[in-house]
Design a protein around this ligand. Sequence first.
Ligand code: HEC
Ligand code: HEC
Length: 152
Amino acid sequence: MKRMALAAAALVATLAVYAQTTDDEIATMRLAPLDQEREPPRIADVIDSDDRRPRIHPMQPPTIPHKIDNYQVDLRANRCLSCHSRTRVAETRAPMVSVTHYVDRGGIVLAEVSPRRYFCTQCHAPQTDAKLLVENTFEDVADMLSGDRKEE
Ligand code: HEC
Ligand code: HEC
C-alpha cells in the first residue's frame, strides 16, 4: 500500500514537472510534447576536426575525431585497421591501437588485434554537433582532487 502511494506521488511530481517544461527543455528524442507535431530536427553533422579529444577517465575509449562514413568493418575487411594497426601507422600517422587491443580474454598478447577488439565502433564513436538533449554536471576527478570544483 505504502509503495503504491509512493509511486502515485512520484507520478504526480513527474507530471507537474512536465507541465512546467517548455518545448526546449523536454529531454526526449522527440523534443516536443506528445500532442504536438514538430519540424524534424536537422541531421547533425559529424565533427571532423582531427583534434584528438581528452578522455574523462583513463579507461575511456577515446572518441573518434574524424568522419567514418563508408568505412567497411566486417568479416573480410577492417578499414580502421588499414590506418590504426601496428604495421600501418608509420605510413598513415594515425595513433596505433593500444596494446590492450592485442590481448585476448585469457590475458595473452596476440600478434594480431584480438577478436574482442575487432569491431571498433562497439566502443569508439564519432561525435556530432547535435544539441545536448540533457544537461549534465559531470566533473573530472582531477578537478575534484585539486579542489577546483564547479559551484553547485
Ligand atoms: C585514413 C586513415 C584512418 C582511417 C581509415 C581511420 N582513422 Fe582513426 N584516426 C586517423 C588519424 C590520422 C587520427 C589522428 C587524429 C587525426 O588526425 O584525425 C585518428 C584518430 C582516431 C581516434 C582518436 C584516438 C585518440 O587517442 O584520441 C580514434 C578512436 C579513431 N581514430 C578510431 C577510428 C575508427 C574506429 C576507425 C574506423 C571506423 C578509424 N579510426 C579509421 C586515421 C584514420
Ligand atoms: C571493447 C571495446 C573496444 C573496442 C572493440 C576497440 N577499442 Fe580502441 N580503445 C578502447 C579503450 C577502452 C581504449 C583506451 C584504453 C586502452 O588503450 O585500452 C582504446 C584506445 C584506442 C586508441 C588510442 C590508443 C592510444 O594509445 O592512445 C585507438 C587509436 C583505438 N582504441 C582504436 C581502435 C580501433 C581502430 C579499433 C578496432 C580495430 C578499436 N579501437 C576497438 C576500447 C575498444
